[in-house]
Ligand binder design. Structure first.
Ligand code: SF4
Length: 315
């Protein structure tokens, strides 16, 4: 606690400096005066530019070097398996300052604003870009959830997946292992994925917050506001064809909707032009097994959207 006005001023300056450093990390290059940016100006650097610049600047991540997966990021080594019936991955695409801008907001809805995207990062560049974001998450103390965590929980699965599941936040097992959806709810999610005829290595799984809320409570709004820029960056890099939003928290952020799950579930929505299907969180299904039929109906919609065959029951 500051004892004198001078100490208080120094503390304020330190906090402001830390805040600006964080904004820079997220790609903010300009702050609005009086809350308004001059017409035609973006407050945020294109996410692809940010990660590409940081990858280029990081001597340990040269673009030509295969970046090994580093726990707890469950990325696949290259060459990546071709996920979910996709065509072979195109050759790596160099992304530099010429990339077209992406319209993103930091702490508000990145929902379905019309956006111009640069080319997707492919191959090693995509893995390296995700590693940059994961490193930022590991170092993050942006919210109070940093205090009780044993591990940050970034993602698991295939960074080249066509299908991405987004949940709420880590539980006890996830916090212990540093991977999302590895507890009882995660085992059920893997069964759902298996019933779809897919393997957990063919999808990408991430959460709204990367550190465990105490007692598995729902993340507070300020915690989500602090953490969701990481998810925005993940989704911008992975660019799945379909997102399944698992439960109220994921649906609330991705769709910026306060509608109930019973209204939204099973109805196609959109996040940044990516089709989003809200469905029950697996933890809810553990408490309400009768709702599993809803989830299976939703997953059939997902398979149909991805033009994947419907597995025969019992197959
Ligand atoms: Fe940082 Fe997110 Fe963890 Fe909060 S929950 S400390 S914002 S990584």
């Amino acid at each position: 606690m500051a004892e004198t006005p001078r100490e208080e001023l120094a503390e304020l300056a330190r906090l402001l400096s830390a805040h600006i450093a964080w904004q820079r990390t997220l790609g903010v290059v300009e702050l609005p005066r009086d809350g308004v940016l001059p017409a035609g100006r973006l407050a945020v650097r294109p996410a692809v530019e940010v990660v590409a610049a940081r990858v280029a600047a990081a001597p340990e991540l040269p673009a030509a070097v295969v970046v090994p997966a580093v726990a707890p990021v469950a990325v696949q080594p290259v060459p990546a398996p071709v996920p979910v019936g996709s065509s072979p991955a195109p050759a790596p695409v160099a992304v530099g300052p010429a990339a077209r801008p992406v319209v993103l907001t930091l702490f508000e809805a990145p929902v379905d604003a019309p956006s111009e995207r640069g080319p997707a990062l492919e191959g090693e560049a995509r893995i390296a870009a995700l590693r940059v974001v994961d490193d930022d998450v590991k170092a993050c103390t942006r919210c109070r959830l940093a205090n009780g965590r044993r591990n940050t929980v970034f993602a698991r699965g295939n960074p080249f997946a066509r299908l991405c599941f987004v949940g709420e936040g880590p539980g006890e097992q996830e916090d212990l292992k540093g991977l999302p959806f590895v507890g009882p709810a995660g085992q059920l999610l893997d069964k759902i994925i298996g019933a779809m005829g897919l393997s957990p290595d063919e999808v990408y799984v991430a959460n709204i917050v990367k550190c465990r809320p105490p007692g598995n409570r729902v993340p507070e709004s300020d915690e989500m506001a602090a953490c969701t820029p990481f998810l925005v960056r993940q989704l911008e890099i992975v660019r799945p064809e379909v997102i399944v939003a698992l439960g109220r928290t994921a649906v609330g952020f991705l769709l910026q909707s306060r509608d109930s799950m019973s209204r939204l579930r099973g109805q196609w929505q959109s996040y940044q032009g990516i089709p989003v299907l809200p469905t029950w969180h697996p933890a809810y299904l553990l408490r309400n097994p009768d709702a599993k039929g809803d989830t299976w109906a939703d997953m059939k919609l997902v398979l149909e959207r991805l033009e994947l065959p419907l597995p025969r029951r019992g197959a």
